[in-house]
Design a protein around this ligand. Structure first.
Ligand SMILES: Nc1nc2c([nH]c(=O)n2[C@@H]2O[C@H](COP(=O)(O)OP(=O)(O)OP(=O)(O)O)[C@@H](O)[C@H]2O)c(=O)[nH]1
Length: 127
């Protein structure tokens, strides 16, 4: 099983950053929370901070964690480990994704999400 961290980045107005995978990534054009695979010896928290810097060019601080979701894709099983975060540096600059948006909670579920994210989105909406 592959462990993947992801960031539910919330701004001062309560909007949530969502990112769209590019045509060339796996799960092309699906929406997700930015993040990535935990490297050997790395903590989930360190992974998250590293991945967000690599993908969005910003620093984040972790506010809280949410329950992980294990999902079986046809070719791989992932455990997606979400953290609620805040940006502590400058503006988002996309390094890998095709697009991103800041959305209010009640618009999140309308996106075409990577399947593993759906329970996490639902849980976040209820909190
Ligand atoms: N970062 C991130 N990955 C997710 C989410 N949901 C989800 O199913 N994934 C999957 O978890 C894996 C994350 O790996 P990654 O983002 O570091 O890897 P990658 O694009 O290089 O994927 P690849 O191994 O298919 O090339 C991918 O297979 C991705 O499709 C999510 O919300 N955020």
């Amino acid at each position: 099983m592959i462990k993947v961290t992801c960031a539910i980045i919330v701004n001062a107005g309560g909007l949530v950053l969502v990112a769209q995978r590019s045509e060339t990534m796996s799960l092309p054009l699906k929406w997700e929370f930015p993040g990535g695979k935990i490297e050997p010896g790395e903590t989930a928290e360190a992974c998250l901070i590293r991945e967000i810097k690599e993908e969005l060019h910003v620093d984040v601080e972790i506010v809280s964690s949410l329950p992980p979701n294990t999902h079986k894709y046809p070719n791989v099983t992932i455990q997606l480990i979400p953290f609620v975060c805040r940006i502590t540096s400058a503006q988002v600059l996309l390094k890998e994704h095709r697009d991103f948006k800041w959305l209010p909670k009640d618009e999140l579920l309308a996106l075409d999400w990577a399947e593993a994210d759906v329970p996490i989105v639902k849980h976040y909406i209820e909190t």
